[in-house]
Design a protein around this ligand. Structure first.
Ligand code: SF4
Length: 406
């Protein structure tokens, strides 16, 4: 079981077609960021739609120049998800993004440091009901905090966030979420743990500059999942050096895997393969994943290498297929329903997944091919006869070992 979610305040990101709540018991949300020029409205909107389809609830766009702010004015009303403007260095671009109608600002305390400017932005955000994320980053920490702590320590990251928060509180602005990102995973985890002790603002989790997959995925997951399991974190972003669609998909998959969001996409499980495998499990699983991930099918699907053990090992899956004797044996909730030629395994699996979601498990079991159970059992027994129920010849090996040792 995961630790219960930490109690926090709640902020609301009001988009043109949807409001996303962050913190205060709201579902953990997924964020990603566009990599197009924000001034290129059509390209940016196309990417926002792709990110939303892959699982992003919130999308951030850079607002790094006046043309970007103007682009945001055209993007915001057409976006399917709330838009956050990413601001560095220039507080005037934060004010311009507010004028463009964004749902949230991200400010980096490390590069907008004049208190009067920070407070002015907070006052303008407050007047519009727009929240701000204080986005502290170990790589761009306020220089005087480097001097004070000698490095970007967890304490330094937390103090940077608290300092910014104090400016906001001076102007009675509290609609704030906070991130303290680092590319070093243990540092990031420690900074968020310390921050969670000293504030009740919702937290945006991320391992910054995690790098390209698969290492980047592993680093981001190590940091984000550790904190989520401790009940810390209200919105997440994978910062990958990859197509941002991968970020959105990874974020959604992590939350589904942890049970923090309802399943929207297929959970593909597959056996690791072994000497009993009757098919190239890796290739079939990859093919099935590619075909199923294009569809919104909220079920668990198993690809198993042999009919001897596969249906039993994957009996808790909603749907599965096990290879054997040149055939694919389809089963629903562990019950055999159809046998198809091996070449049709993936196509049959996809077709059955769609029918299962549309009709339900009971209907698919009721519609099972009456001969399938007998045929699958014949295939299982044929393979057992061929391979035996002891493919590693344990009995003979033990005899051999005993001989060697006597
Ligand atoms: S399902 Fe069959 S092939 Fe896959 S790991 Fe189990 S015994 Fe091996």
């Amino acid at each position: 079981m995961l630790t219960p979610r930490r109690a926090t305040r709640q902020v609301a990101l009001r988009g043109a077609s949807d409001t996303v709540l962050v913190g205060g018991g709201a579902p953990v949300s997924v964020q990603s960021m566009t990599i197009t020029k924000t001034a290129d409205v059509d390209a940016t909107l196309a990417q926002i739609y792709a990110l939303a389809a892959a699982g992003a609830d919130i999308v951030r766009c850079t607002c790094n120049e006046p043309e970007a702010a103007e682009g945001l004015a055209a993007i915001v009303p057409r976006s399917p998800v709330p838009i956050v403007a990413d601001i560095h260095f220039q507080y005037k671009l934060a004010l311009a993004a507010l004028d463009a109608g964004v749902a949230c600002l991200r400010l980096n305390p490390g590069n907008i440091r004049k208190p009067a400017q920070i407070k002015l932005v907070a006052e303008e955000a407050k007047a519009r009901g727009v929240p701000i994320r204080i986005g502290v980053n170990a790589g761009s920490l306020d220089p005087d905090l480097y001097t004070k702590y000698g490095a970007a320590t967890a304490e330094a990251l937390v103090e940077s966030a608290q300092r910014e928060l104090a400016y906001f509180e001076e102007v009675d602005f509290h609609d704030v979420k906070i991130s303290v990102k680092a590319s070093n995973v243990p540092l990031m985890i420690e900074a968020y743990r310390q921050l969670a002790e000293v504030t009740d603002h919702p937290l945006h989790l991320g391992v910054t500059e995690a790098g390209p997959p698969p290492a980047g995925l592993l680093k981001a997951t190590a940091g984000i999942a550790t904190l989520l399991a401790e009940g810390i974190g209200d919105t997440i972003r994978y910062s990958l050096t990859a197509d941002p669609v991968e970020e959105a998909r990874a974020g959604r998959q992590l939350l589904e895997a942890l049970g923090l969001r309802d399943r929207k996409t297929v959970d593909l499980i597959a056996c690791p393969s072994c000497g009993r495998a009757e098919v190239d499990v890796i290739a079939v699983a990859k093919e099935a994943e590619a075909a199923l991930s294009e569809r919104q099918l909220p079920i668990q699907v198993a690809v198993m290498g042999c009919v001897v053990n596969g249906p039993g090992e994957a009996r808790t899956a909603d749907l599965g297929i096990a290879a054997g004797n040149g055939k694919g044996h389809l089963f629903v909730k562990g019950q055999m329903i159809r046998v198809v030629p091996e070449a049709d395994m993936v196509a049959a699996l996809v077709e059955e997944a769609e029918r299962l979601v549309a009709e339900g498990a009971e209907a698919r079991i009721a519609a099972a091919d009456v001969g399938a159970v007998e045929e699958a059992e014949r295939d299982r027994l044929a393979l057992l006869a061929e391979q035996g129920d002891d493919p590693n010849a344990v009995g003979q090996r033990v005899e051999l070992i005993r001989k060697e040792l006597t």
